[in-house]
Ligand binder design. Structure first.
Ligand code: ADP
Length: 452
């Protein structure tokens, strides 16, 4: 129970009523009708209460047009409390309006676009940067669903998928040359905040860096080819009894280092090209089983019979994408398995359906990788054991190439490994990249029968 004085108020009210009834009865008694007098007094009292009630009702209806009368007793107290409440509310409203104005002013000053979306993605509010980046206009665009305004497929897909842990990128709807990063943060009751950031400059810097690496690698290639040509000749001479016979070891070492540089430059070029052309990979129908078998043959040549190969390849499982990219993936994983598996070990290769998509896996019984190194393997030049990688002809870029090539296929790399037991590298290709040889043949036959 709170300490509100219910009893006191009740007694005060009843007392007042009793006094009024008594006065009425007294006045009535003068005329010989005490009961009638009491009744008239109580009725009058009730009418007065009704009047106050009606005034209160009028004030509640339009507080600005009506005013609360000065009253005594409990009505006076009620009116005072109401006016107090009204004053407090006004103060709170003013404070909230000020806060909202400040919030809007600060978000308006943000360099990032912010758009508040209702439960189905309808725009309820946006800041100045959102207007500049997305071309949103008020009030025309308020209430319109955001996917109707940002029509790029990557955003539509991202919005409908509803996985807002990720972010997506799309060109600005009002300026194709500006690249935007889009993030959605769900909050409150099914509401969402869309954050838009201009990443064109970052993209340009990345492109400049990529171009530099690609150009530098390309420029280094020609002088290196000349050096290697002469080193090849010198090596032949050094092997025999010619003037360079005494230089056999240094010449051999120089030639090996030149070969290593060549491998490095080739991988750097490959990586730069993959990064630059990720979105532009040509989609061809790849005879994936045949390519896997070709890569296995190549790996066998590297192994020189030191490893046992097992393969399980589904012959009618075809893939949609670029041949260079796919071959880079499989050959890098296969040569890694050969290089990091001691002689006598086994290498198992599989290309098969998995769920709706396809799975390419290379499992070896090699040296394995410690758990803390696994997440870093796809970083450029990350090697668990630099000496071993170099000795086996590694450039430190193989798995980076694999990762980037897989991104072009919308595929994912999974690595399972145990030190001293072996490793399995699994590539998961999504359904839209996978084709069935039988249905491709059927579609071709239908097209042949119906030349439309
Ligand atoms: P590298 O040219 O050095 O092989 P990669 O990018 O292909 O470069 O691989 C990075 C590192 O990952 C390697 O140096 C090696 O330490 C590790 N690694 C890759 N494949 C395997 C494997 N099959 N077994 C054990 N370690 C591996």
């Amino acid at each position: 129970m709170d300490d509100f004085p219910y009893a006191e108020l009740w007694w005060r009210g009843i007392g007042k009523l009793a006094v009024i009834a008594l006065i009425g009865a007294g006045v009535g008694a003068i005329f010989g009708y005490p009961a009638l007098g009491a009744l008239a007094a109580v009725l009058g009292f009730i009418l007065l209460q009704l009047r106050q009630l009606i005034r209160l009702r009028a004030w509640l209806h339009a507080p600005k047009r009506h005013f609360l009368p000065d009253a005594s007793g409990i009505w006076g107290e009620v009116f005072d409390l109401l006016i107090d409440l009204q004053r407090k509310n006004r103060k709170r409203k003013k404070k909230l309006a000020l806060m909202l104005a400040e919030f809007q002013a600060s978000t308006a000053a943000l360099p990032d676009g912010a758009v508040v979306l209702a439960d189905r993605g309808e725009i309820s509010w946006f800041n100045t940067a959102a207007h500049q980046l997305l071309g949103l206009r008020a009030p025309q665009d308020l209430g319109i669903r955001i996917p109707n305004l940002i029509r790029h497929p990557s955003f539509t897909e991202f919005f409908e998928a509803g996985d807002f842990e990720l972010e997506t990128e799309a060109p600005s709807p009002i300026n194709r040359n500006r690249m935007l990063s889009l993030r959605i943060i769900p909050y409150g009751n099914e509401q969402k905040l869309l954050i838009v950031r201009d990443i064109s400059e970052r993209r340009q810097l990345e492109a400049a860096r990529r171009d530099f690496v690609a150009n530098a690698s390309h420029e280094l290639r020609t002088p290196l080819t000349v050096l290697r040509g002469y080193l090849d000749l010198m090596e032949m001479d050094a092997q025999g009894a010619g003037p360079l016979a005494g230089w056999r070891t240094p010449v051999l070492e120089m030639r090996n280092q030149a070969l290593r540089m060549e491998a490095l430059i080739n991988d750097m070029l490959k990586l730069a090209r993959l990064e630059a052309d990720r979105a532009h990979m040509r989609d061809e129908l790849l005879q994936a089983p045949m390519l896997v078998m070709r890569a296995v043959e190549e790996a066998k040549a590297v192994s020189k019979g030191q490893h046992r190969f097992e393969q399980m390849v589904e012959p009618d499982l075809l893939l949609l994408g670029g041949e260079t990219e796919f071959y880079s993936i499989i050959i890098n994983l296969l040569t890694n398995a050969v290089r990091y598996t001691p002689a006598g070990g086994a290498i198992r290769v599989s290309w098969e359906r998995a769920g709706e998509g396809a799975r390419f896996a290379v499992a070896d019984t090699g040296i394995g990788v410690a758990p803390e190194d696994i997440p870093r393997l796809t970083e450029r030049f990350y090697r668990v054991d630099v000496g071993r990688s170099r000795a086996s002809g590694g450039t430190g870029l193989g798995l980076s190439i694999v990762k980037h090539a897989l991104e072009a296929f919308d595929a994912k790399l999974e690595i399972e490994s145990e030190v001293g037991v072996g490793s399995t590298f699994i590539c998961r290709f999504p359904q839209h990249r996978v084709q069935d040889a039988a249905s491709v043949a059927l579609a071709a036959a239908e097209r042949g029968a119906d030349p439309d």
